[in-house]
Write a protein that binds this ligand. Structure first.
Ligand code: BES
Ligand code: MN
Ligand code: ZN
Length: 489
């Protein structure tokens, strides 16, 4: 769908040209583009301010059917995200207008705030991610994705950035896959079905993918994970994906929380909290998505994705508050609250993965706590790590990808809050505050001295409303973040 191409606007017939415009100065150097922008700005309703859009039909002395100008605001404010948002909105404009192809006038000014590679990469990402419609459950398919996006370029840029198309398409395609999984309703992605979806997506990627069933989990004594799954008629699964290059420099394990529906269990969630809980497998979706992208990107590190997948339901077989269970690592846990299930499935998966792979670094992603959403809002993930370098690498990757992360502390003395009279630990804090921190501290009890970071994505995994290059529903948060950080840790 994406192409980098030299386009002579004077000669070539163009159906839809989309042009980013700044309010304070010209970011194009092509004479024809500059005069087109001047023509657009001659109208009172368009000055290039952020959010403004104007269409000119058949501008004189061109073969352009329509030129659509998008205001980006002041040039000094532009960053990669501005261009993702622009191309995402441009693609959405075309989808809404029923246009199947678009030519994008790439800014050519040499003094932009970002370099050309970031510019091209961001434009490609916005276009790819914005060109997605989740209408699988609609009888009438009202909208059709755009078939072709051409990024205008010089011959040198075409040479330099044509291959970028492949890596961006792989990463963004994986991100879209994660979005779809998250948005898929829980009745169609019960643990076995979700595990199969991941395995099918991984077919022909070269990844080694295994699905472990409940009998295997019993044998291996995944006591905490099985306890969470025991209330559901759908049995848990553990999905393991391996990317193994020759002579890897390091091993990175990614673990993702895969609760296909979190009812809360016997501590049933109330109305207002339960309706979107099909998204509680977003960590697993992000890890599976990242693995699909890794198979294309081929880094020189071994990467293993581990996804514990369960459904948390209340029933006659469900775990009860007060029950004491034995985790894979051997520590016993009293169930203070059956709704604190994510940490229980994660600790078994993490302890197993550490034993199995001895990773240099382990990162887990999970929609773990409402408290993290209270702390950071719906668009920013919480990052926890005792390894400051690792935490900072994740935060930096979040800035580049705009999958934003903010570090929160792991204070040793708060571990007090997880003490229990009868078992080694309680699965919830005895106090009311700092729930994202106590959840992370609970996980920390099961990683030993492995270099580890936990990312709580409870806020950004789901979007109530559509934004620049993401529709309402699952956001695929974490796929681009993980792909960015893997080569840098
Ligand atoms: N899946 C939820 C966390 C969540 C909340 C994700 C909101 C996305 C949006 C998790 O399993 C949960 O229920 N956590 C409890 C923990 C509590 C019982 C200690 C919470 O946050 O209330
Ligand atoms: Mn829960
Ligand atoms: Zn949950």
């Amino acid at each position: 769908m994406l192409e980098v191409k030299a386009v002579n606007l004077k000669r070539v017939k163009v159906d839809t040209l989309v042009v980013p415009v700044c309010e304070d100065r010209d970011i194009h150097t092509d004479k024809l583009l500059t005069s087109l922008v001047g023509g657009a700005k001659a109208f009172a309703e368009f000055k290039g301010k952020k959010g403004e859009v104007i269409t000119l039909f058949q501008p004189a002395e061109t073969r352009i059917a329509r030129a659509v100008f998008f205001g980006l605001g002041k040039a000094e404010t532009l960053n990669g995200e501005s261009f993702r948002a622009f191309s995402g909105n441009a693609v959405k404009f075309c989808i809404n207008a029923g246009l199947s192809a678009m030519t994008l006038a790439t800014p050519s000014a040499t003094d932009l705030t970002i370099n050309a590679e970031t510019l091209f990469g961001s434009l490609m990402e916005g276009a790819c991610l914005g060109n997605h419609i989740f209408d699988r459950y609609k009888k009438e398919k009202e909208k059709i994705p755009v078939k072709k996006v051409v990024l205008m370029a010089t011959a040198a840029q075409k040479k330099a950035y044509s291959s970028l198309v492949n890596s961006v398409a792989a990463v963004c395609g994986a991100s879209l896959k994660a979005r779809e999984w998250v948005t898929t309703p829980s009745n169609d992605k019960r643990p076995e079905a979700f595990a199969d979806m991941i395995r099918n997506a991984a077919r022909a990627t070269g990844l080694k993918t295994r699905i472990m069933d409940d009998q295997w989990l019993e044998k291996q004594q995944f006591g905490a994970m099985l306890a969470v799954g025991q209330g559901s008629s759908a049995k848990p699964r553990l999905v393991v994906m391996e990317y193994s290059p020759k002579a890897p420099k390091k091993t990175i394990v990614l673990v993702g929380k895969g609760v296909t529906f979190d009812s809360g269990g016997i501590n049933l969630k109330p109305s207002g909290s339960i309706e979107t809980m099909k998204m509680d497998m977003s960590g697993a979706a992000a890890v599976a998505g990242a693995m699909l992208a890794v198979a294309h990107l081929k880094p020189d590190v071994k990467v293993v994705g581990v996804m514990p997948i369960v459904e948390n339901m209340p029933s006659g077989t469900a775990i009860r508050p007060g029950d004491i269970i034995r985790s894979y690592a051997g520590k016993t846990i009293e169930i203070g609250n059956t709704d604190a299930e994510g940490r229980l499935i994660l600790i078994d998966a993490m302890a197993w993965a550490i034993k199995q792979y001895r990773p240099d670094t382990l990162i887990d992603l999970a929609t773990l706590t409402g408290a993290c959403v209270v702390a950071l809002g719906e668009k920013i993930a919480g990052v926890f790590s005792k390894d400051q370098q690792l935490a900072e690498a994740i935060v930096a990757a979040g800035e580049r990808t705009h999958e934003r992360c903010w570090q929160l502390p792991l204070p040793e003395d708060y571990k007090e809050l997880l003490k229990n009279d009868f078992a080694d630990l309680n699965n919830v804090s005895s106090g009311r505050w700092g729930g994202a921190i106590t959840a992370a501290l609970f996980l920390s009890e099961f990683v030993g001295d492995t270099r580890w970071a936990h990312i709580d994505i409870a806020g950004p995994a789901w979007a109530k409303k559509a934004s620049d290059y993401c529709g309402a529903g699952g956001t695929g948060f974490g796929v681009r973040l993980l792909c960015d950080v893997i080569g840098k840790i």
